[in-house]
Design a protein around this ligand. Structure first.
Ligand SMILES: C[S@@+](CC[C@H](N)C(=O)[O-])C[C@H]1O[C@@H](n2cnc3c(N)ncnc32)[C@H](O)[C@@H]1O
Length: 212
């Protein structure tokens, strides 16, 4: 899977995951989803969720925010659309198939971009982060929750056990914190606000970048 980390490979993988995604990954990633929503709602307003998947997070946003969700996978999005209809989520203004690396939105169109368990699935994470920074307003935030690979120690050893599942999800398992920090430093227009360990077992992190 890691070898075929391109959009076509990812779309194929998530077409297979779509029917069972919620059962397998609903609960296990829930704390991270909720923490990223709480962080997003501290700013509130127009929120773009990138890689929204089956829309598991959508019912947890407050009704006062306006949401747009995008994802590369049409089968995942179909599930999200069904959820929005079933739950009557009138704060969701749209769900669209879109590549995170080329967002079809104007500059400064959103207050917050949220990406839960997505940044290591895209072939070019830095180009994706550039897009996130472009579409948020000054004072807005990019909020990621993701697995970040440990460089050494016990956690790095444990992560080797997790690697097959991560690859199955199309994640780049070697993707570490340094890469995000370097992107922010190079970009210059954003800075790191927070980096917080998240369950399960602190193997995941919540990361917030603010736009100057
Ligand atoms: C691990 S799932 C996470 C889904 C959801 N955010 C969650 O919390 O369960 C990764 C999602 O990112 C989407 N994705 C992967 N590459 C993408 C890209 N280049 N552009 C948009 N979405 C992408 C996949 O289709 C999938 O729905």
């Amino acid at each position: 899977m890691a070898d075929e980390l391109d959009n076509a490979g990812i779309a194929k993988a998530y077409a297979r995951w779509a029917p069972i995604y919620d059962v397998v990954f609903g609960a296990v990633f829930d704390r991270g989803r909720k923490a990223s929503i709480a962080a997003a709602e501290r700013i509130g307003g127009r929120i773009l969720e990138v890689g929204v998947g089956t829309g598991l997070s959508l019912p947890d946003y407050s009704w006062s925010n306006r949401l747009i969700g995008v994802d590369l996978s049409a089968p995942m999005l179909r599930k999200a659309k069904a959820r929005v209809a079933e739950r009557g989520l009138s704060n969701v203004d749209g769900l669209a198939v879109m590549d995170a690396q080329r967002l079809g939105f104007a500059d400064a169109a959103f207050d917050v971009v949220v990406a839960q368990y997505v940044i290591t699935t895209v072939p070019d994470p830095e180009a994706t982060l550039d897009e996130f920074a472009r579409v948020i307003k000054p004072g807005g935030e990019i909020i990621l929750v993701n697995h970040l690979g440990a460089e050494s120690g016990l956690r790095a050893m444990l992560e080797r056990a997790f690697a097959p599942l991560a690859r199955w999800l199309g994640w780049q398992v070697e993707f570490g914190w340094e890469r995000l920090a370097q992107w922010a430093a190079r970009h210059g227009g954003v800075h790191v606000v927070e980096r917080r360990p998240m369950p399960p077992l602190g193997h995941f992190s919540l990361i917030r970048f603010a736009k100057a």
